[in-house]
Design a protein around this ligand. Structure first.
Ligand code: UDP
Length: 236
């Protein structure tokens, strides 16, 4: 498959056209940002790790019946994906209070939620990705009620699958962010990435943070934590 012109460059990835109109190539960068782009840096080797970890997770989820945009890993940093129109929502799933939820509701980090929390944020950097509810989503035409139902069902199922899978690897899944896309026929599939950039992973035994919070909060050994996640998932 031929890599043609770039169609998009985000904070952590570039996306290229290919000679197949229904497929794109994603290229993962080492660039890291936090706090809506205010904090910038580089995490050496992050692109390779996030590419490989994401693909591993996508394949695992596919094997459990979740449709994804994943097609084929073609290099350490590059993956062929199905072309989708991204639904402009960040879908956040939370098992344990952390980050913005802790702040907003005054729940100490680490508080176990009595039931899973599902949140939607409107993907808009200028607005700082504000949280929205279903009324906002329909009033703004961001997605249909049927799509929101599909996305919510998938998000909760993904949470159950990932929580179980990671538990066996000694990783506690605190919270994570998903994005979904529409194929050209309208089918909703899981898109974007699932990586230490987009999930909070805590070591089950020690509680050590193995995710982007090490970068956000200057905790040190950021590369080591990303590496540890790849090692536990892929064995290397
Ligand atoms: N998250 C993300 N991208 C965002 C915002 C959040 O991947 O733009 C992830 C984040 O890594 C965490 C979860 O979503 O796993 C919940 O994040 P939170 O709302 O607590 O925001 P944060 O504290 O990261 O600003």
């Amino acid at each position: 498959m031929k890599k043609l012109e770039q169609v998009y460059e985000g904070k952590a990835k570039k996306v290229f056209k290919t000679d197949d109109p229904e497929k794109f190539i994603v290229d993962y960068k080492d660039d890291a940002t936090a706090f809506n782009g205010l904090k910038k840096g580089t995490i050496q080797g992050k692109g390779v790790i996030n590419n490989r970890v994401t693909n591993h997770m996508m394949k695992m989820l596919e094997s459990h019946g979740i449709p994804t945009h994943y097609v084929e890993e073609i290099s350490d940093r590059e993956t062929v994906v199905k072309k989708v129109q991204i639904v402009p929502l960040e879908v956040i799933v939370r098992n344990i209070a952390a980050g913005s939820l802790s702040k907003r509701l005054g729940l100490p980090e680490g508080t176990k939620m009595k039931s899973t929390v599902l949140e939607f944020c409107y993907k808009d950097d200028e607005l700082g990705d504000p949280m929205v509810n279903e009324y906002h989503i329909y009033a703004m035409g961001l997605a249909t009620p049927e799509e929101v139902k599909t996305i919510s069902d998938y998000a909760l199922k993904i949470n159950a699958i990932m929580t179980d899978y990671l538990k066996d690897l000694g990783i506690e899944l605190i919270d994570f962010k998903l994005e979904f896309g529409r194929l050209s026929d309208g089918t909703i599939v899981l898109a974007d990435e699932i990586s230490p950039d987009t999930c909070r992973f805590w070591d089950s035994k020690t509680g050590e943070k193995l995710d982007k919070d090490r970068f956000r909060r200057d905790l040190g050994n950021v590369e080591g934590a990303y590496h540890e996640i790849m090692k536990r998932l892929l064995g290397e």
